[in-house]
Write a protein that binds this ligand. Structure first.
Ligand SMILES: Cc1cc2nc3c(=O)[nH]c(=O)nc-3n(C[C@H](O)[C@@H](O)[C@H](O)COP(=O)(O)OP(=O)(O)OC[C@H]3O[C@@H](n4cnc5c(N)ncnc54)[C@H](O)[C@@H]3O)c2cc1C
Length: 464
């Protein structure tokens, strides 16, 4: 079984920066990622961009080249299209690639598995034609494809505006951008305005997206509520209903893109048994780590958005910090050199993270998306509605695991990724409790689908 000093899961900004920094310190490093090329979410397909016009995705996307070049040169075994489905406390990493399951052993493990979009349940979200903004952006980055117009975008947060702008620049006719940020959020976020001013560059960037959309003539409506998608006779999305300034409105649409921010991807960290805590501002679970990213399981670290949403710039720096600490633990770096490297990075991180409380509170989803109406599907895999979950909570189910046993909610192919937060919030509300008390699904390996054949042939490997 091949032993590496460090195995990294995820080749986004955190994973790429960590691998490069660790290799520079002399560690043997393997990087596994289920994508076919490095880049993670923000820099997806950066090694072979699908779009010739660099103005469409903008300079933040192409910043990825600055991470990619040293990563590609570094002495790192990068294994693409590799889905990690189990990590043991003994630091064995099991993954499938090319139809074959394999195991690597690691002195240290870094989870750099990033974020996923927060599920956005509302009536009609399962209709063909409705998808997440992130999914549309993936199509744009990897294939240069855009969703068919008329297109409506709805939701909250800077990524909504960025993706609207990218699609507009790609020539898509946008009927409207519907901002569902509740009015109260502006008041609540006001308490964190000090941090926002320290991170003013991020703020200016976000406001710039909105200004450019408006200047281009795209209708941007704020304080939108009661979002609903309706199908036409063919069963596909035909109309988007919503309320704006107290008035019911309807728009014809072939595509509706929705977004309510991103949350840490915690499937792997939960399956390993890492401690997690509920984040009241980001309204999600995040692994508990020390300031270097190490978890309660010695030798297993988490960095980047998977440890709590901080954005790409913070992810990159967190990856480096974790690497230097692992290099120190493995005797490749002394404490003094570690601190000499880390001090300027921590200084650079401070303003980037200072704005988070402001953004996190401002862009908390409206209640209608956190606890949707009874007829809204919550678990799309098993077709369980919000009303079903409420019924089981009233019958006495105290948390998502019990509700799962009664209703199969969270048992489908996505293993609760698309419903976990919503189910916990609905149970919490019904039982007048909190998501922190209600808890989350017990996630077990394999966290990704694999075939029985792969499992049966699971072998050790000396080959990366
Ligand atoms: C769909 C989407 C689009 C986004 N687009 C932008 C954007 O345009 N601009 C922006 O500023 N921010 C964007 N973000 C936010 C974003 O995630 C960044 O903050 C940044 O990419 C985080 O970096 P990271 O290294 O922590 O994780 P990521 O960049 O998310 O990288 C994580 C990597 O881990 C891999 N991975 C996860 N689980 C496994 C597993 N079990 N096995 C193998 N590999 C695994 C994934 O394939 C991914 O490549 C986006 C987020 C999402 C969800």
């Amino acid at each position: 079984m091949k032993l590496y000093d460090l195995v990294i899961v995820g080749a986004g900004p955190a994973g790429m920066a960590a691998a490069t920094a660790a290799a520079e310190q002399g560690l043997t490093v393997a990087v596994l990622d289920e994508q076919a090329a490095p880049g993670g979410q923000i820099y997806r397909a950066i090694s072979a961009p699908a779009l010739r016009d660099e103005g469409i995705l903008g300079p933040d996307y192409y910043h990825g080249r600055r991470l990619l070049a040293p990563f590609a040169r570094a002495a790192v075994d990068y294994i693409p299209s590799a889905s990690v489905w189990e990590i043991t406390r003994e630091r064995e990493v099991r993954f499938s690639a090319g139809g074959q399951a394999r195991t690597l052993r690691a002195g240290r493990i870094l989870l750099a598995t990033g974020a996923q979009e927060r599920p956005v349940p509302f009536p009609g979200w399962q209709l063909p034609g409705v998808m997440s903004c992130g999914a549309a952006q993936i199509m744009l980055k990897t294939s240069g494809l855009t969703p068919p117009a008329p297109l409506v975008l709805a939701g909250s947060g800077p990524l909504l505006l960025l993706i609207a702008l990218q699609l507009h620049r790609a020539g898509v006719d946008i009927a409207a951008v519907l901002d569902t940020t509740p009015r109260d959020n502006y008041l609540k976020a006001g308490r964190h305005v000090g941090g926002a001013l320290r991170g003013w560059k991020v703020l200016v960037k976000g406001l710039g997206y909105l200004a450019r959309l408006r200047a281009s003539g795209v209708a941007c409506l704020s304080q939108v509520s009661q979002l609903r998608a309706e199908a036409g006779e063919d069963g596909k999305l035909a109309r988007v209903h919503f309320t704006h300034q107290g008035q019911p409105r309807t728009l014809s649409a072939t595509s509706l893109l929705v977004h309510q921010g991103v949350v840490p991807n915690v499937q792997l960290s939960r399956a390993i048994g890492i401690d997690h805590r509920w984040d009241e501002q980001q309204l999600c679970w995040r692994p508990v780590t020390d300031s270097w990213g190490e978890t309660n399981i010695p030798g297993i670290f988490v960095a980047g958005d998977g440890a709590g949403i901080g954005g790409a710039a913070a992810a990159e720096q967190a990856g480096r910090l974790a690497s230097w600490q692992m290099a120190r633990q493995l005797g490749c770096l002394d404490r003094q050199d570690r601190d000499r490297l880390a001090t300027p990075v921590r200084r650079a991180l401070a303003p980037v993270l200072a704005i988070r409380p402001f953004l996190d509170v401002l862009y908390q989803p409206a209640r209608e998306f956190l606890t949707p109406s009874d007829d809204t599907l919550v678990c799309r895999c098993e077709e369980v509605t919000a009303g079903d979950v409420r019924r089981f909570a009233r019958m006495g189910c105290t948390g998502p695991n019990q509700t799962k046993a009664f209703s199969r909610v969270g048992m489908g192919p996505c293993q609760g990724r698309m419903c976990g937060l919503t189910v916990a919030q609905i149970i919490a509300d019904t039982r007048q409790s909190t998501p922190a008390e209600v808890g989350y699904y017990r996630i077990r390996s394999p966290i990704k689908p694999l075939t029985l054949r792969e499992l049966a042939n699971l072998g050790d490997t000396d080959q990366p």
